[in-house]
Write a protein that binds this ligand. Sequence first.
Ligand code: NDP
Length: 487
Amino acid sequence: MADEILVGGVWRRGSGAVVESLSPLNGSVIARVHGADPADVDEAVRAGAAVAADPSWRDLLPHERARHLTRIADSIAASAEDLAALQTCDTGKSINETRALVASAQGTFRYFASVLETMDETLTVPRGPYVTMSVHEPIGVVGAITPWNSPIASDAQKIAPALAAGNAVVLKPAEWTPLVSLALARVITDSGLPSGLLSVLPGPGGVTGDAIVRHPGIGKVSFTGGTATGRAIGAVAAQKIMPVSLELGGKSPTIVFPDADLDQTLAGLLFGIFSSSGQSCIAGSRVFIHGSVYEQFLDELVERTRKLRIGPGADPATQVAPLVSHVHRDRVAAMVDRARGEGARVLCGGGVPEGEEYETGAYYLPTILDRLPNDSATCQEEIFGPVLVALPFEDEDDLVAQANDSVYGLACGIWTRDYRRAWRIARRMDAGTVWINTYKQFSISTPFGGMKESGIGREKGREGIAAYMRQKSIYWGMTEEPHSWAG
Ligand code: NDP
């Protein structure tokens, strides 16, 4: 891959430090890319502002902007296999998952194109001799900052609605995984999007990301990542009085009632925590099991966990692929060691897999822990790896108290045949998304986001475009009489 980034419509070498993408399979350097420095950020923002204000883009009608998004979706479809393979190479994720993420990115552009075709503006009810309406307009240039776990899908979730809204976008992908975001940028620019509307600027968060957030020309930041970073970005946004949307971390509970369908629940739990090797904001990382079935259910869960196929992401049979990097794998391992120190029982996993084929990769065994109180660090902190902690509960009140006793509020899963109980629990949970007898299913038409320290704002859904717009109210006077106040 050429050492080029996309700065204000120009593919060229970045002026910042070198960002290295390392192979999760053996730690070797896959690519070296010069990242963006603050001067590159400035150039990208200025170019974006100029093209966003140019009548050839600014005055496009929604259905005309929709055509750009549809062309981008078609180009993603044409490059789907290459994009999926590249993301597997960069993030380690299994090829089945990266294919699904590319399909999701394509669907996101198509969805927002169709929203553009069907959007309404509102005539509001007048209280005098005027007509009043509320319209939405582009912000100008928006910043988008994404993490390393699902880059193409999270990039698309920001770029598509932001462009649909008529903005220019300056995107900063994570340092560990810049490649697929740059490849997506090639696909998007090749599809004929006006030059300068999209910049993709890899680089360290504290330098490149910070420069984007602080830049006076950036009118909104949409961020996905960890809660600590989100808090820092929110503080800068508060100083600028700038809107910000924050999709942050989670420690999501999944709940097993004794009447749940056993096979479906086991499969859903395994998928919910161990797919993506647990590197998912919505991973169902705490399982609450009713006390009456606790040990039997756990035995079965542990047995099935031991059978999961661990291997390289490129193998379609792999269920649990290496983690994104050896550094991250070692962090996960340290958290499991801390759990041991807290007194955890390690029911399975708890280390790296044995065997020659696993020696060089950033593998970690799917791990299940229990016998920890809900207020232990292991039960409270996001691990972002293939680690599940099990807790028993007695009744609904006990369950809700324990499950909601978390700073996070991203997602929740409920497994029961009793739909009345599912409804009661769903309404009591602090969670932006609740899955009932399913988990980790996503529809682009359904808003997504967190409660509490899992974030502010929603992505996806018809309102996803309005999140990248400024609202304006317009009053049209309809009387020919001068105002009576003036006599
Ligand atoms: P980080 O918060 O460390 O990083 C996310 C992005 O922010 C990266 O691009 C990073 O750059 C950048 N960044 C870091 N510091 C700053 C800063 N001061 N100013 C601006 N940008 C900055 O998260 P991770 O990459 O470790 O991702 C994992 C986290 O993301 C988990 O907590 C996970 O739950 C969350 N997440 C949330 C999702 C959601 O939708 N709610 C979805 C997916 C993940 P760099 O890495 O290059 O330094």
